[in-house]
Structures are given as structure tokens and as C-alpha cells.
Design a protein around this ligand. Sequence first.
Ligand code: AMP
Ligand code: GLY
Length: 425
Amino acid sequence: MKILVVGSGGREHAIVWAVSRYGHRVYCAPGNAGIARLAECVDIEPLNIPALVNFARRQKIDLTIVGPEAPLVAGLADELEKQGLKVFGPKSAAAQLEGDKSFAKRLMLRYRIPTAQFEVFDDYERAIRFLTGRRLPVVIKASGLAGGKGVEIARSFEQAQQVLSGYMREDRLGAAGRTVVIEEYLTGEEVSIIGLCDGKRVRFMIPSQDHKRLLDNDEGPNTGGMGAYAPVPVVTEEVFRQIVERVFEPLLKCFAQEGIDYRGAIYAGLMLTDDGPKVLEFNCRLGDPEAQAILPLFEGDFAEVCRQCAEGGLSGQDADIPPADRWALCVVLASKGYPGSYEKGLPISGEVEDGENLLVFHAGTRMENGRLVTSGGRVLAVTGLGRSLPEARQRAYYGVGRIHFPGMQYRHDIGFRGLRHISEG
Ligand code: AMP
Ligand code: GLY
């Protein structure tokens, strides 16, 4: 097939890697320096929908695989389909599951999908009255897309007030923050369950676990994700069964009853609480950096499964069985200052190359005068593979040790929860 991958991060590099292994011809818009080694990069931004549709039509692209959420929410899949082009990624109405948190929460309530208790507000004064005298912490979420910056855990009334004022009165996140969801604070271990959906059925990928906080021991600010590993020991067969029964079965029923034609990746960010799994969020795409851990474990032709989803005819197994002896662990290398502002254009040196049981995915990189330089907050994602979690971890950090750029920061403890589970048996 001729495949167009949309996006420019580590997730998209992992998608391009998985697709090109099966001999498909791959284009990527806009791509990055690592992707350019495997695919023909096309200089079109993911939100330039007319240009993407034009390109796909002219090049007779067989399937477009959309990486990030923003173009999906903006209607890229709708426009491609109007031209008779196949696309893996939901249409705008279905992508609202990620694009509009208040919509997602209301659907979860209606279909009894377990999630934190919540209220929705579009009036600042009402939100403040609701919070007065309430037990803390609470979680305050901008309803719209905020690129991972729209969730705050408020531990004091003053902090809650500041966050609400920033979102709702000062428009810190623009339109995305004018409506907020205030929800109950949940505790437990977080896991990412990603399914490939053809509208009616889901094929589950291997469970993975992200590390959202910037610093070791889950300290520091939230980020897009600093590392991931798969499979996840805490997701036992029994836990997985609960997740399917309580979350995905009602979700598919919801799609059917609400007329939501969902074709693409569906990502449930879950908290495993003492009362069972609860949904923190749905995303309409693969996770980043989860994709860099789970795609190297994917058995078979990923593009072919995406095509089946796009056509509404998913066949084969319901779930990818976590292999007993194949593990992946991915460490993200970020720029100094990330997730705040950071410098770009810094030279990357060392061995930025795949090796034995080692994959180096590019995220924010580009070539400048023949040199590889940084061009984003998350710069590279180094994935180690192994027969055990400790082995995968060892490979990943070995790979990290070969790479350098000024101000490079990364977490040293990716996989710690999994390792703890394993050592506690
Ligand atoms: P979200 O974008 O909704 O996944 O939120 C980002 C991060 O905030 C999650 O990965 C969690 O670590 C945290 N979070 C979100 N909702 C809650 C909640 N209700 N209770 C505790 N932590 C939460
Ligand atoms: N890694 C979290 C996300 O992709 O949303």
C-alpha cells in the first residue's frame, strides 16, 4: 500500500517504522529527521487539511494514518472520506471523545462507564461556589484540547481559584479552557489500554504504562509523557477482563446507540483504583510515548490492521496477547526547560542509531547544515527490547547513555512500578 502518516513526533516515527517494515511505501507529513530515513517527508503541517487531502488524492494514497488528535478533531478524516480516501482515525464527531472532555464525561455517565465523579462548569462564579467547602484535592480539567497542559490537581482552595481564574477568566488556554470539568481525585496505578476499532469491534494492543511527571519518583510537572513500558504486570488477565467488560463493552454499545462511527485508535487512560478501573480520559489516537513501546511488540502488519479498521472489517484476534518473553521500555530524552519553554537547534551527538534490541525514535529533531539538532521539547525516545522487563530497561538506558545534547533531561526510573510488581511477585 501507499501510506501517508500524519504527524512529526516519536509516535509517528514508531508508526512509520512499523509500517515500512512490511514493505509499504510511506510518506509522512511533515515528519522529522529520523522519519526521513524511512519515509518521504512532505512539508505539510497536520492542521493544513486541504493540503493533506490534495496530496493524498494526487498521490493516490491507499491509507492515511493520523498520529495526533488535533487534525482529527478539526475534521481531517471527514475531508479525506469525502474524497473517497481511506483513513485510520475517527471523524470529527467521534474525535470529540478526546476533543471535548465534558462530552466524554456525559457519555460515560449515560453508559455507566466507571469514571471519577464530576461536574461541568462554564461559569466561573458557579465553579467557585461548587468548590467552597469541598474536600480537596480536586482535579480541574479544561474541557477542550490543551496539548497536555489542561489538567491541574488543586490541593488548596486558593490554588483551585487560581487555576479556574486562569482557564475561565484570563483565557490562558483560549477557548479550550472556557468550559471546565471538576472531578474527584482518584488514586491508584495508571495504565493505558489502546484498541484499534473498526466501528463495531476492537482489537486490543498490549497494555502499557506511561510516566506523565517530569522527574523521578513521579515528581515535578505533568508532561506529554516521559517514558513507557509494555506489557504491564499490574494488568493481569483478570484486570484486563474487567477493563474490557466495564469500559470497552459499554463504550461499543455507546458508539452503536449514539451513531458514532469510530474507526481508529481508541485510547483509555485508566486509574486502577480499589473500586476497579476508572477512566481518566479517552484519546482518539495512539499514545506518545506508549506507541514507541507497543508498536515494536506488535505482531503482524500494522498498516493492514489499520486498513481493516478504516474499511469497517476488522478480522482476527480480539487482543494481542502479552508475550511472556518480549518486553519493551522507552525513555524520552527532553530539552532543558520542557514542559515549559526550551531552546531549539542544539546539536545532538553520539550514536543516535538503532542497535541490537535498541530502537531510537526521533520526536523533535531536524537536520541543519548536515547536522542533527533539537527542534522540540521531547527530542528522542529510546526503546530497549528484552526477554524480561529488567533486560529491556537495561537496553534502553544503554541506548540513552550513547546520546548527548546540551541540557538533555530524562527520567532514570522508567518502569519502576512494573519492576516493583515483578520483585513482589
Ligand atoms: P488526563 O489528560 O485527563 O489523562 O490527565 C492528565 C493526568 O492527570 C493523568 O494522567 C493523571 O495522572 C492525572 N489525573 C487526571 N484525572 C485525574 C483524577 N481524576 N484523579 C487523579 N489524577 C488525575
Ligand atoms: N502519553 C499520553 C498521551 O499520549 O496522551
